[in-house]
Structures are given as C-alpha cells and as structure tokens.
Design a protein around this ligand. Structure first.
Ligand code: BGC
Length: 266
C-alpha cells in the first residue's frame, strides 16, 4: 500500500513538539503541504517548517491559541492564503494541569477544557466550513475533508488526579462521534486517535527511570510508544486508504486500554 497525500493541505495544531510535530513531519513526508500551528513555542515550529522545506516539502509555521476564536479564524484564513485549500485537520493541541479534584483550581480546570475540548470544537468548525465550501476535489481525495481528533486512552480510562484532562478527552470522543454523524453525508470524514503513553514532553516524568518500570506494568506490549507510532496512523487516517473509516477511534496504546491489571486478577 502506497500512501500519497500529494496536492493535499494539512493543518496540525500543537505542532511545535511531541505528537503534533511527529504528525506534521509524517504528513509532509507523504507529500502534503503542512501548516504547523504553535501557541507559545515559535522557534521549534519554525525550525521544523524550515527542515521540511529544505527537504523539498512545503511547510509554514503559524502561531495561534486554539482556545481563542479570533486566533483560530485567523489561523485557518492564513492557511488558505498560503496554500489555497485545506484537506486535513489534525486537532492535536492539548495540555495537562494535574491536581486532585479537591486542590484543582477553576483556572486549571478551565485552561484544560478550553485548549483540549473547546480548541477542538473551534478548529473543527473552521475546517468543516472550509470543506463544505470546497467540496470534493476530484483526483485529490475521495473525501471533501478529513479531521483527526487527537484524544487519549483517558477518553475511556478514568484517571485519578487528572479529572480536567480525562473529562476533556471524554468530551473529545463525543465531539468526534457526534460530528461524524452530522457531516458524513457531506463526505467529510471525522475520526479520532487515542494514544496511550507516548514518549513526549507531556509525560516525561512518567516515562523515565523508575517511573517507566511502573508505567510498563500498564502496557501489555511492554514498551512506551514513540511519536512515530501515532504519526503513521495519522497519515493513514488522513488518506484514502482509510476512506471507509468514519467516526472511529483508533487506540494506539500497546494494549493499555485492555486493563492489564486484570491479568490473573478479578
Ligand atoms: C497523557 C500522558 C499519559 C498517557 C497514558 C496521555 O493522554 O497525556 O501523560 O502518560 O495518556 O496514561
């Protein structure tokens, strides 16, 4: 199976590091022109865009806070100005502000919900409006547009000490599935990815040293995931190779969502 995203334009939010950066790189390698959105970290996003351009691809870094409506509208307008179309949105921006519920501030609750859930709503809305205007681009893709919502195993697995994050990801799942039901007849494909423990900055403390040994007890497959494990799936979900996949969440977690604590127990 050869996947080509030639002539397609992809926008990846939160592309300055981690899964977003990996997804942007992989989409560019598959031939897509890529917009790398970042919020505060301009330098790594610009460096990655330069690297993609130097390798013969097309990339542009654009700043913007996905939780702010005006920023999102500007981000999508600048994408169209630069590349003329939009075919793929990877709604990836996300963060954690961890605390037990009794100690969690309203500010930390609101920040996580705003970025992880409202940000995905604002970006999906902007993308669907463009896909509807654009329609199917014959010879480019069978779909009028594709959205990949980056979720987490914690859309399914409750996570003590992270109630804002788990609630946001549970919300992402129903945003994704409801939107899929709503716009599929316009030939817009909406899907989600639920990564488990992937080695990135968001979980550095949990994936290094003694903590990693503990973490591996939760991963039947016996290793922490790499960004590429998720990035490859992003490319597949963005391509016509997955054209009949609609409203699904792909768990990429080494089996974390299989509740391995139940092996020999329960
Ligand atoms: C979180 C990581 C965590 C992983 C598995 C992800 O969604 O962002 O911090 O290691 O889920 O628990």
């Amino acid at each position: 199976m050869q996947i080509s995203l030639q002539q397609q334009v992809a926008l990846v939010t939160g592309a300055s590091s981690g899964i977003g950066a990996g997804a942007a790189k992989a989409l560019a390698a598959a031939g897509a022109a890529v917009v790398l959105n970042y919020n505060s970290q301009a330098a790594p996003a610009e460096a990655l865009a330069a690297q993609i351009n130097a390798a013969g691809g097309q990339a542009l870094a654009i700043g913007g806070d996905v939780s702010k409506e005006a920023d999102v509208e500007r981000l999508f307008a600048q994408t169209l100005d630069a590349f003329g179309h939009l075919d793929i949105l990877v709604a990836n921006s996300g963060l954690q502000k961890d605390a037990n519920l009794v100690d969690m501030t309203l500010e930390d609750w609101n920040t996580v919900i705003s970025v992880n859930l409202t940000g995905q709503f604002l970006c999906a809305r902007a993308a669907v409006r463009i896909f509807n205007r654009q329609g199917i681009r014959e010879g480019v893709s069978r779909a009028a547009g594709k959205i990949i919502h980056m979720s987490s195993v914690h859309q399914l697995i409750p996570w003590a000490g992270h109630v804002n994050y788990a609630a946001s990801k549970g919300g992402v799942e129903m945003l994704m599935r409801t939107l899929a039901q709503e716009v599929s007849e316009q030939r817009i494909r909406i899907n989600g990815i639920a990564p488990g423990a992937i080695r990135t900055a968001i979980n550095r403390a949990a994936t290094e040293g003694a903590a990693e040994k503990e973490l591996l007890k939760l991963i039947p497959y016996g290793r922490v995931g790499d960004v590429e494990d998720v990035a490859n799936a992003v490319v597949w979900l963005a391509s016509d190779a997955s054209d009949y996949v609609v409203g699904s969440t792909l768990f990429i977690d080494g089996g974390m969502s299989l509740y391995p604590e139940f092996r020999g127990n329960g």
